[in-house]
Design a protein around this ligand. Structure first.
Ligand code: HEM
Length: 477
């Protein structure tokens, strides 16, 4: 990158030309209908930095790790997006305002204070306290499957991920409490991410925005009930909610009652990406016989059919490679956003305050110079590559990297090692795997898989669906 500072960024940064009258609408529609193709198109056509909007609410999108680093390492200039930055009149003093204010949406001093306080509870050594509860809930899920049964792997893993997250985050009963809050959360999020909700943001009965406000009220009610139950016990545990309640009791000026509600919503960060990683890893392994064999041989050698101990989780490189590869191909979010609070320089450009900057893990993690054959699922690559966090961005990078990454890796390795040692999962013949989602890539019609006892012969099942655009399942070599 040069050191010359270009001041006419809106002329100098390449990007699609706007159509008269329609403006950015065609690009937005392309993005709404096929976000992955839209991102790939922008990168292929314009390169590592693209102007997507000038004028009011200017926006760029960056793909290069050097740009990712510049943006993610300085949260004082680049704030995380939240309701304040959206051009929609979200009622602040409402259930929706409170539930949309958990740690990923906080900025400045408050974010720093809450994150610093919670960091020790997410430390790699601390989270092993939840090892046994993760084994227990996984065993419960596996006991519920029968040899020869068909399951929708998407919904099964989403449920397991909710169970896995409940004890460490809420300290409550996984099935009763965790699932109740999780289901209500999913209902609210579905409404929030519907284009119709955002296009018609009016609190009028019958409109989706009204339904969203009502759904957020029910969610807040469920969360407050969980907090009350946790408080009523009188003794606190080692979970995140207990830690927050204790801070609230000692320093209400640091964590208010509303903050307690908001921070409890980080429960979703604890289960949603884990669920996705669980089902995509199993699906990808089921279609890659050699990679599956490598993982199974490793599990047989290290675990010998037993559930893993915390120490054994550290010596499963084949399994870890498969998980990382699934997260690389299907990152929890294809985009993340920041908002500039000051004018800033990025490469050769001088850019204004009040700009949206989008970063795309999906595209960065497919740069062939970093990940050769980027569309292939190659878990073995992880024994020889060591990308930086600005290149492999699944947990983001910089001072706001995912606080739950150690917990997530522990949970994923426990659950996957137990599932793969107990059952062989095969895609149901005739299945169509089509993906949907604006930011998270999920199988639209679920993932129908056949469950057979371990050691049944595994086989790749030919299938159709747009997932073939995300992963190259049939390399022609
Ligand atoms: C496979 C599992 C996971 C993935 C892929 C993942 C991914 C991410 C990413 C990409 C971010 C940054 C978002 C941004 O920069 O805008 C993030 C932040 C965060 N994650 Fe995770 N996450 C996972 C599991 C967890 C778990 C188990 C928790 C536990 C509660 C958690 C809690 C959080 C929180 C609180 C933040 C906000 C951090 C901050 O703003 O300082 N995540 N996660």
């Amino acid at each position: 990158m040069t050191t010359t500072i270009a001041t006419r960024w809106d002329k100098d940064i390449p990007g699609p030309s706007l159509l008269p009258i329609l403006g950015e609408l065609p690009m937005l529609l392309r993005f709404a209908f096929n976000p992955l193709a839209a991102l790939e198109g922008l990168h292929d056509t314009y390169g590592d930095i693209v102007r997507i909007k000038s004028g009011k609410d200017p926006a760029i999108i960056v793909f290069h790790p050097a740009y990712n680093r510049e943006i993610l390492r300085d949260p004082s200039i680049f704030h995380s997006y939240n309701l304040d930055f959206l051009p929609i009149p979200f009622p602040r003093n409402s259930s929706l305002g409170r539930v949309m204010n958990s740690m990923p949406f906080l900025n400045g001093e408050k974010h720093n204070d809450h994150r610093t306080y919670l960091l020790p509870y997410f430390h790699r050594n601390f989270v092993t306290r939840f090892h046994d509860t993760c084994v227990d809930v996984t065993k419960k899920k596996l006991d519920s499957w029968k040899d020869g049964q068909e399951v929708d792997l998407r919904s099964e893993m989403e449920q397991l991920a909710m169970w896995l997250a409940t004890k460490p985050i809420l300290g409550l009963d996984p099935e009763k409490d965790g699932e109740t809050i999780g289901r209500q959360l999913e209902h609210s999020m579905k409404l929030l991410f519907s284009p119709f909700t955002l296009l018609l943001p009016y609190n009028i009965p019958g409109l989706p925005f009204h339904r969203l406000l009502k759904s957020a009220e029910r969610l807040e009610h469920a969360v407050r009930e969980a907090i009350e139950r946790r408080t009523a016990r009188g003794s606190y545990g080692e979970d995140i909610l207990s830690a927050l309640i204790q801070l609230h009791e000692q320093h209400p000026e640091r964590v208010s009652e509303a903050d307690l509600v908001s921070q409890t919503i980080m429960f979703r960060g604890g289960y949603s990406p884990n669920g996705m990683t669980l089902y995509w890893t199993i699906f990808l392994l089921s279609q890659h016989a050699e990679a599956l064999k490598n993982v199974l041989d490793e599990l047989a050698q290290v675990l010998r059919g037993e559930s893993p101990t915390p120490e054994q989780l550290e010596i499963l490189p084949q399994l870890e490679g498969a998980i990382k590869e699934a997260m690389r191909l299907f990152p929890a979010g294809i985009l993340t956003a920041r908002y500039s609070m000051e004018p800033f320089e990025l490469g050769p450009y001088r850019l204004p305050k009040g700009m949206w900057i989008l970063l795309s893990a999906y595209i960065t993690q497919r740069i062939p110079e970093i990940f050769p054959d980027p569309y292939r699922f190659l878990p073995g690559r992880w024994s020889s590559i060591h990308p930086s966090a600005y290149e492999f961005m699944v947990f983001s990078a910089g001072p706001r990297y995912c606080i739950g990454s150690s917990l997530a890796m522990m949970q994923l390795k426990i659950a996957l090692s137990m599932i793969l040692q107990r059952y062989t999962l095969t895609l149901k013949p005739g299945a169509v795997v089509d993906c949907e989602g604006l930011n998270a890539i999920r199988p639209k019609n679920g993932l129908p898989m056949l469950v057979n006892s371990y050691n049944s012969p595994s086989r790749n099942v030919p299938f159709k669906g747009n997932v073939h655009k995300i992963v190259d399942f049939n390399p022609s070599i």
